[in-house]
Design a protein around this ligand. Structure first.
Ligand code: PMP
Length: 431
């Protein structure tokens, strides 16, 4: 065990899970690659867990942060006007497609969801919330309450009254034979049943990820969220879209993931990539909802000037370089190649995703059952070949990837080659 790992184990909680048999210490990043303490360089197909949305050491971001630092004023109080907040809020309000939108900044996705739930429950005067099975929204009390993934949900004593819905679990045996149309019908009837039998109809909101991130990139079929929205509207319940993973053009199709479903949510939450490594999150919501909360502020560091400088520069970069189109283009290169290879590798259950958000599900070739041990094998194989990926899924058997939106075509092909070699090695290990 390395000295740093031993020291980590001594003073950090046991539940802080590190990837890989020999955990990596990243010491440097340039472009879409990072280098570890041993001097090994990796193509980062996980973008630092989706934080470094436009890669590493981006001059525009560095200079924006340095300009702010050079002022000597890194004042964090929410009690003063801050130009960076207003400018960023204007951009996000415009991009959100939400009418009369207002924006509030936090430091993380967890806080963003906590704020969204606070807004919704307060505006609707109800602690009843709907969420999706297998979801992940963070680990604070409220966010954990709406998290439906058992791997993260333990130790949760939620203050909310939560009902979990079908919709991102089309793969379950009981739904396998249904067409998308019939699956949506079954799910919508179930939603109606939950509303009629388990609640007084006074539900505050549904919170959902357009593509479940930690859940292993499972998604609702087209039409499901629109059908849910119709039912929610009958009850006056709000729709919260958690865009922490799917925002900023990553899915290639639309700027925010939910927009591909033809649904305009009442509230969206965001975080991760927006600050390109600096802590920032937030909520964009209909102005009347946002204003319904009676609070003086919510967190001291939310929307701090350094994060705002980084976030403004990052968002401008994404828009100026049309990285949404790049996500569609480079994502298709990887996904098409993975799908083709998967056809001849029984260890691959499914390749799924959208744009620069794609996942490989690993199964036991004999039984088709989830194979978390083989996901471990594939993680080591990709690392050995110089590529960083993530792990997820309800059973921990999904390799999930979300490279920087700045991925080049050459890097997409390089990564694809590594992934195919690693899939083949994993397939061999399964025999
Ligand atoms: N929502 C989703 C969809 C996420 O994937 C995450 C983080 N993995 C969160 C919320 C929580 O965000 P954070 O880690 O910034 O608190």
């Amino acid at each position: 065990m390395s000295d740093l790992l031993a020291r980590h184990r001594a003073v950090m909680p046991d539940w802080v899970a590190l990837y890989y048999d020999r955990p990596i210490e990243i010491v440097e990043g340039r472009g879409n690659r990072v280098t570890d303490a041993d001097g090994t360089t990796y193509l980062d197909f996980f973008a630092g867990i989706l934080t470094n949305m436009i890669g590493y050491d981006v001059p525009e971001v560095r200079e924006a942060v340095e300009r702010r630092l050079a002022t000597g004023v890194v004042h964090t109080s929410t009690a003063y006007l801050l130009r960076g907040q207003v400018e960023l809020a204007e951009k996000i309000a415009r991009l959100s497609g939400i009418e009369d939108a207002k924006v509030f900044f936090t430091n993380s996705g967890t806080e963003a969801n906590e704020t969204a739930l606070l807004l919704a429950t307060y505006a609707r005067k109800s602690d009843q919330v709907l969420a999706m099975r297998q979801s992940y929204h963070g680990r604070s009390f409220g966010a954990l309450g709406v998290t439906g993934n058992r791997a993260w949900k333990n130790n949760s004593y939620s203050p909310l009254n939560v009902h979990f819905l079908h919709g991102a679990d089309r793969h379950l045996p009981q739904f396998a034979r249904l067409s998308d149309h019939d699956y949506i019908k079954v799910c919508t009837e179930d939603l109606r049943h939950v509303l009629a039998t388990a609640t007084g109809g006074d539900v505050a909101a549904l919170i959902a990820e357009p593509i479940q991130g930690v859940g292993g990139f499972t998604m609702a079929p087209d039409g499901l969220f629109a059908a849910y929205r119709e039912v929610l509207d009958e009850y006056g319940a709000l729709f919260i879209s958690d865009e922490v993973q799917t925002g900023w053009g990553r899915t290639g199709e639309t700027f925010f993931g939910i927009q591909a479903h033809g649904v305009t949510p009442d509230v969206m939450t965001f975080a991760k990539g927006l600050g390109n490594g600096f802590a920032v999150g937030g909520v964009v919501a209909r102005g009347d909802l946002m204003d319904a909360l009676h609070a003086v502020g919510l967190s001291t560091f939310g929307g701090n000037p350094i994060s705002m400088a980084a976030a403004n520069a990052t968002l401008d970069y994404v828009l100026d370089h049309d990285l949404q189109a790049n996500a569609a283009r480079t994502g298709a290169i990887v996904m098409d190649g993975l799908r083709e290879a998967a056809g001849r590798l029984p260890v691959v259950g499914e390749v799924r995703g959208k744009g620069l958000m794609f996942a490989i599900e690993l199964v036991d070739p004999g039984t088709g059952e989830p194979a978390p041990a083989l996901a471990g094998v594939m993680m080591e194989e990709t690392r050995r070949r110089g590529l960083l990926a993530g792990k997820g899924g309800l059973y921990g058997n999904v390799i999930r990837m979300a490279p920087p939106l700045t991925l080049t075509e050459a890097e997409a092909k390089e990564g694809l080659g590594i992934l195919i070699d690693s899939m083949e090695a994993t397939n061999e290990a399964s025999e």
